[in-house]
Design a protein. Structure first.
Length: 365
């Protein structure tokens, strides 16, 4: 049996074939657009390039804070010692707490250092040599506080005495065992025809010398500054003789080797304070004298500031531990052996490195 295609059916097939052909002829659909990066703005070539960000660095390490121990200092009745008393900021500005004791002689100061009552002391050249004899290999010199024309022999203003020859057989005040005795003995040795036994010696504390002269119990006395300048300022005495050409007679700062090895920082700051003191005296002797006079008054000594100013302008207060100082010490040691004060010349030890470091500390401020 034959199939017969009806027109409707043929129309349907025709439409379907046409649709398929049209679909095949269409171009492929474009893929969905993808996200594009944002455009980069380009700087013009003549514009300066932006500076590169600095590389990260570690924060600088802070200098360690040095804790300084209090220093026990044995001073004497010297003009610059009164200044240290009168201006405590000299020590505190150096970062130090200082227990400052004033002794009437270096002998007392030496005893304090030997016993451990003080850490650092000040002593004349003769007493420094004596200290080395008492503590061989245990002491070190760390600086100088003064040198030069420090000793004088005074008589009353109305006196007719003009030389030691005039004083033969008279009562003369002196602090035995000090630099005052040393310079007088050296002078006698130099002239050759004066003997120690030609005079009646009265052993006096230096602070009692002016009163003894005024009262008439002595005819003259020999002492170190500031006593001569004070006597002149008070009108209680006049200088018969000075000894600047006899000996350098430096005054030195001493400590024990044990303390020096374990307290370097304290010593350096201590010397920095003394450097500031020396600079103050040099740059403003008048103000220094006023402060020293105030301190002396607080210690029970009435001093005209003019007396201190006179000393501050004629005495060398530099701290330099140089060859002239060492030579003077050796000379003093030889003299003390010749007089029987000590049996033999001790081995002297000094260390200038503390002072050098103190100078750098001061310059760095």
């Amino acid at each position: 049996m034959k199939f017969q295609y009806k027109p409707v059916y043929l129309l349907f097939v025709s439409v379907l074939l046409t649709s398929l052909l049209l679909t095949a002829c269409q171009p492929a659909a474009a893929p969905a657009p993808t996200a594009q990066p944002a455009p980069v703005e380009v700087q013009p070539t003549d514009a300066p390039a932006a500076p590169a960000a600095p590389a990260a660095t570690e924060a600088p390490t802070a200098e360690p804070v040095v804790e300084l121990s209090p220093v026990r200092y044995g001073g004497q009745l010297y003009p610059e010692e009164y200044l240290l008393k009168g201006d405590p900021a000299l020590f505190t500005d150096a970062g130090l707490q200082v227990e400052h004791t004033l002794f009437s002689s270096a002998t007392e100061g030496n005893q304090a250092l030997i016993s451990g009552a003080v850490d650092i002391n000040v002593a004349s050249d003769s007493k420094t040599v004596a200290l080395f004899s008492a503590m061989p290999d245990q002491v070190v010199i760390i600086g100088v506080v003064q040198r030069g024309d420090r000793y004088s022999t005074l008589v009353r203003p109305d006196s007719s005495y003009t030389s030691w020859y005039d004083l033969k057989g008279k009562q003369v005040g002196i602090r035995m065992g000090t630099g005052a005795e040393q310079v007088v003995r050296r002078y006698f040795e130099k002239v050759g025809d004066l003997k120690w036994e030609d005079f009646q010696w009265v052993n006096l504390k230096v602070e009692d010398s002016i009163a003894a002269l005024t009262s008439g119990s002595i005819e003259a006395f020999t002492a170190w500054e500031p006593t001569p300048a004070i006597a002149e300022a008070q009108g209680a005495g006049k200088v018969m003789m000075s000894y600047g050409d006899i000996a350098l007679t430096p005054v030195l700062l001493n400590t024990t080797v044990k303390y020096a090895e374990s307290h370097r920082a304290e010593i350096v700051h201590f010397l920095a304070a003394h450097l500031a003191k020396a600079e103050m005296i040099k740059s403003d002797p008048k103000k220094s004298a006023e402060l020293a006079a105030q301190a002396a008054s607080a210690q029970g000594a009435t001093v005209d500031p003019a007396a201190f100013e006179k000393i501050f302008t004629r005495v060398d207060f530099s701290l330099d531990l140089d060859e002239t100082v060492i030579a003077a010490l050796q000379d003093t040691a030889n003299f003390l052996v010749s007089t029987g004060e000590i049996k033999e010349v001790p081995t002297l030890k000094w260390d200038a490195s503390y002072l050098e470091e103190a100078r750098k500390l001061v310059e760095g401020k």
